[in-house]
Design a protein around this ligand. Structure first.
Ligand SMILES: [Fe+2]
Length: 347
């Protein structure tokens, strides 16, 4: 049986003894540090244990897990780290806490551009950075990221912070496609179109459109599904209803996509079980669960997207390798500061 050791909301310390105290099972176990939320990964881990008999131990946190694995060093109980965004996946590699996953199953299941060339991170799902457009105040059915710089959007655009991983990923992809200089010009114009200082999460941008504070916003695809189906906070369903989804650059290179993924830790004490878990997460069964539970796009070819996601229209994904985007993240972050993006529109 899988046992959640402790749910953490911050970078709380949890001693390695907690893992040692968990009773060993005949088929062994695997220790997981996860930024991904319990509602999402619990069904996956239950299926994994049912199939393999391998017990899973999980520590959840919203930040600090990579640093914690680094600090724990050789004594770290962590076998794998589950996280989102190429920034954090590549960041784990840069921290030196990963080792290559050598697995024919993984290589066969995951396309090249969703894997680190050296195998130090493996993409498990994708999500597109799309435009939420007001149903009432935006007529057009197509848009490009480049169009966001058009003065016609002045005072009408909302987004979360320029320094958030999701925004950095998009800006990094713009640099990869257009170079730093052109991207700087673009970003300054986008800043001038902002309705307000960048603030809040992706859902807050849909809320701002609902409230009439702006007409278009940047957000990830799956938040639309999470808002549309939110029975706990039904007002989110109203936010979602107030916007349409536009897939940017659908007629060109495709929409920017980012990843959730997994790394195998450098000192994984249960390495074989960790690789079995990673292989399982790339399987059709696990990929379907990701698609249905969190409205993400499966990365294993042939696994269908959820019906709800399908209803949003076809995603044409930019096939720029995520590793190329990772290389431009630092330059993207510097541009955000240079143009004062998070200061909001110039008066
Ligand atoms: Fe997210």
């Amino acid at each position: 049986m899988r046992k959640t050791l402790r749910a953490l909301t911050g970078a709380l310390a949890l001693t390695t003894a907690a893992f040692a105290a968990a009773p060993a099972s005949a088929d062994g176990e695997v220790n997981i540090y996860s930024y991904r939320q319990p509602f999402l990964i619990e069904p996956l881990l239950e299926a994994f244990t049912a199939e393999t008999g391998i017990k899973t131990n999980v520590v959840f946190a919203s930040k600090g897990l990579g640093e914690r694995i680094a600090a724990e060093g050789k004594n770290s109980p962590a076998d794998v780290l589950l996280t989102v965004d190429i920034g954090r996946l590549d960041g784990a590699k840069q921290l030196g806490i990963t080792q290559p996953v050598v697995s024919e199953t993984v290589t066969a299941n995951i396309p090249d551009h969703f894997r680190d060339p050296d195998g130090n991170w493996i993409g498990l799902t994708t999500r597109a950075r799309i435009v939420y457009a007001s149903r009432d105040r935006v007529d057009q059915d197509t848009i490009t990221y480049e169009d966001l710089a058009d003065p016609k959007w002045k005072g009408r655009l909302c987004t979360r912070s320029g320094q958030h991983d999701y925004t950095i990923g998009l800006i990094a992809s713009m640099i990869a496609h257009h170079g730093v200089e052109e991207t700087e010009e673009w970003l300054a114009k986008v800043r001038d179109n902002l309705a307000r200082k960048p603030a809040g999460n992706d859902r807050a941008q849909a809320q701002a459109i609902y409230a009439g504070e702006c007409d278009i916003a940047l957000g990830n695809t799956y938040y639309m599904g999470l808002m549309e189906t939110n029975d706990k906070e039904p007002e989110q369903q109203e936010w979602a209803k107030s916007v349409r989804i536009l897939f940017p650059n659908a007629d060109g290179r495709g929409s920017h996509v980012n990843l959730s993924g997994v790394v195998l830790t450098k000192h994984a004490p249960n390495k074989d079980n960790a690789i079995r878990l990673i292989e399982f997460l790339t399987s059709e069964e696990a990929q379907r669960l990701y698609a249905e539970t969190n409205f993400e796009y499966p990365v294993t070819p042939g696994v269908p997207v959820a019906e709800r996601v399908q209803s949003w229209g076809e995603l044409k994904a930019d096939t720029l390798p995520l590793a190329e985007i990772a290389k431009q993240r630092k330059a993207a972050s510097e541009l955000v500061d240079k143009v004062g993006f998070d200061d909001g529109p110039a008066s």
